[in-house]
Structures are given as structure tokens and as C-alpha cells.
Design a protein around this ligand. Structure first.
Ligand code: GAP
Length: 441
């Protein structure tokens, strides 16, 4: 139950956003012409653009604007010994129960004593179910060729710790970051793209001297919370929640989640974990390679501790969409508007010739080509101008540029702003600098 100071969850919002995602080309059920596959989605043109913007916003904050974090791009399929050492083979499990009556399967920790499908209480004992997808490398399906799709990108950074430290001449504190697909055979995926079996992770492993990890964990909690507000999510829709001891992952001595107020209640967007030296120590033991750091200043030798902010890009996309969705009224007409941050919105600018007539197209296309060198643009010349504005509002485009018949004479165009719907007339030559200043990109 929300406390009186918290906003109330809005269940209608979920349906509205899911509907918009399909209708406007953000997210499609995967392989829909074959009936889809449960809880698996394809990102359409607008979803692909938006996901790319989320990745770039994360990359900007975590890598570009810092001098202590380096990127890598590790393989999805790797030596299975990695997963043995990391503990994922033994402990990356969820408790699975079967309903003996309707045969549905559930995560024991997510249901009460009865089956949510048929209400039967005739459930099996919970048993551990490993979430890693198994495959075979090479043509022979035998035990020695088993490999796993990575369930987190983090291990690619731990096994490359030494490579990065030495080639890039770093010493703690410093971080390694990466963005990439991860795969988990979730027992109960659902809530649209909130929980899927294939999703995108954006992870930082920040290596620090052991005594400094609590301070760095606090630091990363604040940093990550402010990343979401920087890109448009209201502070009151976010909170930090420390895990109870029984919730902690096998590698964590303490985790705090950044949570968002989803339509069904608070849900995790990102976890900031203190992984201690769990992973590097395990890889040192299993590989026989020393992963100790020698601090020349103090003469100390230690295995670095790791603070890990791990965010889901696909889940963040859902949160950004939910937070941006609004219905308002403009001149007595209802409209849907996505008040997305310009860096997150699929398009920055839409170029709209007032009429489809051939006389306007050459100038409109010239304006488009000028803008395309600087911004992600859409060109739309179909339907009435009012309907085209509505469509751009609905997909979150911050600015529309309208080319009309007067533009042919005065070389000026009209710029319409999404949120206020205010219109400004200005020379085509000033368009790029005007929009650059407004868009802050
Ligand atoms: N390396 C640590 C790690 O993977 P996690 O809490 O399991 O931590 C990090 O995952 C983030 O990835 C979550 O906060 C969530 O945003 C996202 N995530 C996890 N499982 C997901 C799933 N099945 N579908 C979509 N996103 C998921």
C-alpha cells in the first residue's frame, strides 16, 4: 500500500503505454505473424531509436563525462568455467513450484500458498531452477561442449580486470563498463518488457580499495538516482531501497535498488551492489591467475572490492515511457503527449511541409537535410497538419518544423514546441542553432 506521501499507482496508465508502444512502433510481440513467443518482444523503429538513446545517455554519464571508467565489449558465449567460478552454475536459481492441478509453474517466492491460475493449493515442493540458458559450442552436443548465454555482463569485466588494468595503466579506484544483451530463463516473465528472458544490461564494475567500498556504494547510489531525474523521471517516482539480507544475491554483501513507481507499485530499475572481492577472488582461485593489486604507495597488496551499479536498459525504457505519458487538452482537443527528455525521445525534430504539393517538397527536403546532420529527424507529409502534430506529440518529438507557402518567399519556417505547443517563426539559416540551444544536445 502506498503511504500517504507517495503517489498512487495508476493501472490505466500501463494499458495506455503498452497500447501506444504497439500502435506507434515502439515494441512489437516477437514473431507476431507466427503467434509470438511468450513475453518476448521486438523493438520497432521508435523503440530501437529510444533504446539507443538510453544506452547513449548511460554511456555519456558513466564513461564520457568521467576519466575513471573504461568501456569493454565482451563475448556473450564464454568459457563455462567462468560460470562455475562466479557461482552462477550452483546458485543462480529461483525456487520453482508446479501446480499439480493445472500444470502451471510458478516462482515460489512470488506466490502465496495457492496457484494464481486455478486457485489449487496442491503444489509441489519448491526446487531450485537454474536460470542460465544452456547451449552447445560446435557440432557435437556433448557435456564437454556445453556453454551458457551470459545471465549478466559483469563476468566479462571481472575476467578482463587484469587486461584492462595493465593495458590502460589504471589502479583502483577505477571502473569497467559495458552494455549488452543478457539472458535468463525466467520462470514467470511478464508485465510487458519489465521482465523478459532476453534483455539489455548496462553495468559498471567499479574496483576500489577494500576499506573504501561503503563510501563508493553510497556515491553510486546518489549518482544513479540523479541519472534518472536528469533524463526526466520525477524524483517522487523514484526511491532507494536497501535489500533485506534474505534478498541478497549470492555475491553481494549489501545491495540498494533504485526503484520506480510502476503502475502496479514500486519495482526495481537498477541494483547497486557491494560485490566485495567475491568475484575476483573466485576467478583467482579457479584460474590460478593472481588478481591482486599491489599498491606501490602503501606497499599493500589486496584484491580490489567491487561496487556495481547494474541497470536494465529495456526496463528503463518502460519507466521513461510511463513517466513521460500524459493526456492533456489543447484548444478544447484531447491529446496524448510523451514528455520525453530530448536525449531520450526517438526523434528530435519532425519536418512537416504544410501541404503535399510538389511546390513545397524541395524546400522542405532541403530543411530536412540541413537538420539531419545535427539531429535525428522524421519527415512526414501525409494527413492534416493538426493530425501530424498530434502524432509527433504522441511519440515524444520535442520540435516540429513546418514549411509553408510563405517559406518559399521569406525563407522562414515555423517551429512548434511539443510541451507548450508554442509556435515561433524564424529564418531557415537560424534553425540549427536555435534548435541546438533549445534541445541541449
Ligand atoms: N550483475 C548484476 C545484475 O545483473 P540484477 O539485479 O539481476 O543484477 C540488474 O539485474 C538489472 O537488470 C535489474 O535492476 C533490472 O533493471 C534488469 N533486469 C534483471 N532481470 C531482468 C529481466 N528478466 N528482464 C528485464 N530486465 C531485467
Amino acid at each position: 500500500m502506498p503511504t500517504p506521501s507517495e503517489p498512487t499507482p495508476d493501472l490505466g496508465l500501463f494499458d495506455a503505454v503498452v497500447n501506444l508502444c504497439k500502435r506507434r512502433g515502439f515494441v512489437f510481440p516477437s514473431a507476431e505473424i507466427y503467434g509470438g513467443i511468450r513475453s518476448t518482444y521486438d523493438y520497432g523503429p521508435l523503440g530501437a531509436l529510444m533504446l539507443r538513446n538510453i544506452r547513449e545517455a548511460w554511456w555519456r554519464a558513466m564513461i564520457q563525462e568521467r576519466d575513471d571508467v573504461l568501456p569493454i565489449d565482451a563475448a556473450i558465449l564464454t568459457n563455462p568455467k567462468v560460470w562455475e567460478a562466479s557461482g552462477h552454475l550452483a546458485t543462480f536459481t529461483d525456487p520453482l513450484v508446479d501446480c499439480r492441478k493445472c500444470k502451471e509453474r510458478w516462482r515460489a517466492d512470488q506466490i502465496e500458498a495457492t496457484c494464481p491460475n486455478c486457485g489449487s493449493s496442491d503444489l509441489t515442493e519448491a526446487r531450485p531452477f537454474n536460470l542460465m540458458f544452456k547451449t552447445f559450442v560446435g557440432p557435437v552436443e556433448e557435456d564437454s561442449s556445453v556453454a551458457y548465454l551470459r545471465p549478466e555482463t559483469a563476468q566479462g569485466m571481472f575476467v578482463n580486470y587484469l587486461n584492462v588494468e595493465t593495458t590502460m595503466r589504471r589502479r583502483p579506484p577505477f571502473g569497467i563498463a559495458q552494455i549488452g544483451r543478457a539472458f535468463r530463463n525466467e520462470i514467470t516473465p511478464g508485465n510487458f518488457v519489465f521482465r523478459t528472458r532476453e534483455f539489455e544490461l548496462m553495468e559498471l564494475e567499479y574496483f576500489v580499495p577494500p576499506a573504501d567500498s561503503p563510501r563508493w556504494q553510497q556515491y553510486w547510489c546518489e549518482e544513479r538516482l540523479s541519472w534518472y531525474t536528469r533524463y526526466g523521471i520525477a524524483r517522487e517516482k523514484l526511491r532507494l531501497r536497501p535489500h533485506d539480507p534474505e534478498e541478497l544475491s549470492h555475491y553481494s554483501s549489501g545491495t540498494t535498488d533504485v526503484e520506480f513507481l510502476f503502475p502496479w507499485g514500486w519495482g526495481e530499475l537498477e541494483g547497486i551492489a557491494n560485490r566485495t572481492d567475491f568475484d575476483l577472488r573466485a576467478h583467482q582461485e579457479h584460474s590460478g591467475t593472481s588478481l591482486e593489486h599491489f599498491d606501490q604507495a602503501s606497499g599493500e597488496r589486496y584484491i580490489p572490492h567491487v561496487v556495481e551499479p547494474a541497470a536494465g536498459a529495456t526496463r528503463a525504457m518502460m519507466a521513461f515511457l510511463l513517466a513521460a505519458y500524459e493526456e492533456d487538452e489543447i484548444a478544447g482537443e484531447r491529446r496524448v503527449v510523451l514528455r520525453l527528455h530530448p536525449r531520450i525521445a526517438p526523434y528530435h525534430v519532425a519536418v512537416l511541409p504544410l501541404s503535399k504539393k510538389d511546390t513545397l517538397s524541395p524546400l522542405a527536403r532541403e530543411v530536412l537535410h540541413r537538420l539531419q546532420r545535427n539531429f535525428m529527424c522524421e519527415y512526414d507529409e501525409t494527413q492534416s497538419i493538426g493530425r501530424r502534430y498530434r502524432r509527433q506529440d504522441e511519440i515524444g518529438t520535442p520540435y516540429c518544423v513546418t514549411v509553408d507557402f510563405e517559406s518559399l518567399d521569406d525563407q522562414q519556417v515555423t517551429v512548434r514546441e511539443r510541451d507548450s505547443t508554442e509556435q515561433t517563426r524564424l529564418p531557415i539559416d537560424e534553425l540549427v542553432s536555435h534548435l541546438r540551444g533549445r534541445l541541449d544536445i
